[in-house]
Each structure stands twice: as structure tokens, then as C-alpha cells.
Design a protein around this ligand. Structure first.
Ligand code: OGA
Ligand code: FE
Length: 286
């Protein structure tokens, strides 16, 4: 089989000396009156050197959340209308929860905290971050969606009085990502092997939304990192991306990621449509 490896340049945070004094930030919502007049961000993204992105098709099952920070699960989903908030809440999320409990070790409790659709078409307005039914375009910067501090913030927010108890066990954040309309030709997701990154390369960046102040992690380019993708990902192929892990003993504690364009795709392929669901994953303390 043709390996279909790719070589692409990704967009990375450009390191600047001012970050020693000034925390990086991005304002990602429109119309926050308190921030009127402030620049939308104090960071720049820069293209890294060309990197190899290995196609993992045929050896998907050798990549695991503990070893690599991501895992591909196979699951046939029932027909679901992804444009319906009710169906995503009442059919899709329970199905994901069952799948994770069956297939991933230590998943005692799953608490979802957000979800989105993505569609790879040009958009002239910023999406409404508070409405998951308005699709986002693919993300072309290398990133991790939540910092460890933001992970803990979600635990307190979602678990209330139970938070302290759950924080004594293992806490992870998974992003469950898959195409839902047709298989992916256009704009697949590249996954960074978490065991190949250094914690010191992850820069904390404030992520300012209208209704939330959180943090993301923006990795700096490092030639030691390894990248993978699943060529032609089908609707029944689920990528579980680990965003956070409180267990310091595993080889991979997270999986930075970014969308990228294939070098050669036929002109008439449909735009990528995907759904991503994020959840806190709790393992009971021993
Ligand atoms: C994500 C993500 C990018 C994309 O799901 O967290 O960054 O293009 N997705 O789907
Ligand atoms: Fe992401």
C-alpha cells in the first residue's frame, strides 16, 4: 500500500522575548466592551520548517493514549442529525460515553464540557463561539485546547462539591474528533506524538472569550517532534486526542494538533466536515 506520508509546514507560535514579561493572549470573541481598544492578540504565528507527517493507516492500533497521546477507535454510529443540538446531546454524547468506557482503560466517569462542528469553507465572519451549531473552520495553528490550569478550572466548574474528590484521582481531558458526513480528503488533522514533546516547549496563552477566560498551550517548533495523520479517515474512525493528563508517569501527557492541507487532492472533493466533543475523564482514586 502506498504510504501517503506528507511533508508540510505547520504554523507555530513565534517566540518573542517580551513573553518573559508579558503573557501571550488571544481574544477570540467579538464585542467584549471591556476590552475595546486592545489588540486582538500579542502573538504572531510563523511557519515552521517542512516536517514529515506519517500516515498511520494500517497500523492505527499501535498508537495509544498513554504512549502517544492519541488513539483511533472504530465505531459505527447510529444515524444522527448533527445539526440538532438535542440529537448531539441525547444520542451522540451517550454513544461516545459508552464507547470510551468500553475501549479506554480507567474511564469511570465522563463529563462533557463543549462540542463543535467544523466545515472547511471560507467564512467572512468570526464564528459564534457560544453556538456549537455554527461551524468553525479548521484550525491551522499547532495548539492544545486547554492548559493544565484550565483543565482544573473545568473540574471545579463542572463537579462543584465533588471536585476535590475527583482531583485526587486521575483526571484527563479527551477531545473526541471524527468526520460525520463523508470521509476526509480535504484538510485532515495532524497529531503530534506527545511522547516526543518537551514540556518547556509549551507556551501558556490566555484565551479570552466573551463568557470565559481560559488558557491554551501553544507549542514552539522542535525538530524532535513526530507527526502523524490518518489518511482518508472515515466516519467510523474516531480520533481520541488527549488534551490533558494528571498522571505524570505516562509517556505522553497530551497531543498537540493542527489541520493541514494535502499536497494533491482532486479538485472536486467535498469540504471536510467534522465534529469534536470535549470531556473530562475521571478515574476513581484508588
Ligand atoms: C480540535 C481542533 C481542528 C480541526 O478539535 O480541538 O483543533 O481543524 N480541531 O478540526
Ligand atoms: Fe484543538
Amino acid at each position: 500500500m502506498e504510504p501517503k506520508h506528507e511533508r508540510r509546514q505547520f504554523m507555530y507560535l513565534q517566540w518573542e522575548d517580551k513573553f518573559r514579561r508579558e503573557k501571550p493572549y488571544q481574544i477570540v470573541s467579538e464585542n467584549i466592551p471591556e476590552l475595546d481598544g486592545l489588540a486582538r492578540s500579542n502573538i504572531n504565528m510563523i511557519e515552521g520548517p517542512e516536517e514529515l507527517i506519517e500516515n498511520i493507516r494500517g497500523r492505527e492500533s499501535t498508537f495509544t493514549l498513554d504512549q502517544n497521546g492519541f488513539q483511533i477507535l472504530r465505531h459505527q454510529f447510529p444515524p444522527i442529525n448533527y445539526q440538532s443540538n438535542d440529537e448531539v446531546e441525547n444520542v451522540y454524547k451517550p454513544e461516545i460515553e459508552r464507547l470510551l468506557k468500553e475501549e479506554v482503560e480507567g474511564v469511570d466517569r465522563v463529563v462533557f464540557f463543549n462540542w463543535r462542528l467544523r466545515l472547511n469553507v471560507a467564512r467572512d465572519s468570526l464564528a459564534n463561539l457560544n453556538d456549537p451549531l455554527v461551524p468553525l473552520v479548521p484550525a491551522h495553528n499547532v495548539h492544545l485546547d486547554q492548559s493544565p490550569a484550565t483543565a482544573v478550572q473545568y473540574v471545579y466548574e463542572k463537579m462543584g462539591e465533588e471536585a476535590e474528590t475527583y482531583l485526587q484521582g486521575r483526571v484527563r481531558i479527551f477531545n473526541i474528533w471524527r468526520p460525520y458526513a463523508h470521509h476526509v480528503e480535504d484538510c485532515p488533522l495532524a497529531l503530534c506524538d506527545g511522547s516526543t514533546i518537551r514540556g518547556s516547549d509549551l507556551v501558556i496563552c490566555d484565551n479570552i472569550q466573551k463568557t470565559r477566560l481560559g488558557e491554551t498551550l501553544l507549542p514552539l517548533y522542535n525538530p524532535d517532534t513526530k507527526w502523524y495523520y490518518l489518511n482518508g479517515q472515515h466516519n467510523d474512525e474516531v480520533t481520541v486526542i488527549k488534551i490533558f493528563d494528571s498522571d505524570a508517569d505516562v509517556a505522553a501527557s497530551c497531543c498537540p494538533h493542527t489541520a493541514f492541507y494535502h499536497r494533491n487532492i482532486p479538485p472536486d472533493v467535498p469540504p471536510r466536515q467534522s465534529i469534536e466533543v470535549r470531556a473530562l475523564i475521571f478515574t476513581k482514586p484508588d
